[in-house]
Design a protein around this ligand. Sequence first.
Ligand code: BGC
Length: 434
Amino acid sequence: MYCHQAIENKLGTFILSKSQIANLAECFRKSMLNRLNGSESSLKMLPAFLDKPTGEERGRYIAVDFGGSKIRLLIVHLKGHREYEITKEHTFLLKDPHNRYNFTTASTTGSELFAFIVSQIADFIDDNSIYPLGHTFSFPTLQRSSNDAILIKWTKEIKTSGVEGLNVTDIFKTALLERKYHQIIPKVIINDTTGTLLTSSYNDPNTDLGSICGTGHNTCYFESDYAAFTNSKIINIESGNFNELPYTEYDNILDINSDMPGEQRLEKMVGGKYIGELFRIIVESFMKGKLLFKNCQLDAFSEPYLISSQQVSIILEDISSDLNSIKMWLMSMGIDSLLEDRLALRLISSRTAMRAGQLVAATYIGILTHIDPGLLNQHIIAIDGSVYEHLALFADTLRSTLNCVLGNKAKLVSLKLTKDGSGIGAAIGAAMNT
Ligand code: BGC
């Protein structure tokens, strides 16, 4: 059999049918309901204790956007009339590229990590004004109010010790006090999905879902029926942990070898941290099965997390007849390829990116069906993140999957790129609590 066909067959299970997607959506909706009703579910459904903004919140706030090893500081000016402006910003890394420091490993503590963040804030602020602070903390947390949060578990690349199970706001406040930094006053702590939802609804009240499709993945939404039960309108689903999915053998290899086997199963199929790794695992397995690069050493793709999601995107964007940029990339790795090999790499990339779009669409359909069973109203889904913005085929597949499954009703659903939503939303949340 021609190799490419054998590869097509092996990747067959990657593309889901309309009925599979509809079933997944229904399964996701039921999992939401299970947790809301107090039963077991892989979805955490965490209340954020925040309501819809009015669009008239005003003032100047500092936002600390902590979603991974890169932290952003912003000064956000909320002007009312649904307008805002970022007047200053600074990005810094928790892990020095030259290895002089690393606050993301288990050998550093939460106190050291937050002392470092406070030192960066001190350098960032150049006046003595009082700044209410909004903190975006993009990890699963248990909240008793909108201004305190207990970290349930780190996800993504952070492993700092002395934070899991503890109150993150307290650790942050202690670090501010130790530095005698009384002008910075923490007012709110939110998830990045909540930030995205708040930012988009500040601008347009029709927004009812906020989602991140970036290194990690998650979605939150405005709940109306269960608000009395949770005392919160915004519910952070922690949808990246959804685990009733059609796994392939490659997903299982990725999961077993990950830092947290069995957890964040959806995130491991759609998150930017994992898309490249999934691609690598498939390529490695095809090489072992002699379906790819027959003349090349078997270990060329053996290093875990060698391939980034950006590389997968570059592969997808090569539309030259001989796939020249893929050829050059492989040559830089010492691999001599045939056109047939490069076509196979494109196929693996496209199947991985398209499946990610389909799975995320299924979760959105599940949530929309929960909040509006007959799908009678307009809905805006605010989305931010590198996968949505840059991974070729992802956003298009997301849209086309909604169209395919929802038919005519799909025109009621808009997808809105909400850049910087996670940080701006922290300022809006701080204003709502001030
Ligand atoms: C975290 C979520 C977060 C998402 C996107 C996931 O790993 O558990 O809390 O919203 O990443 O950053």
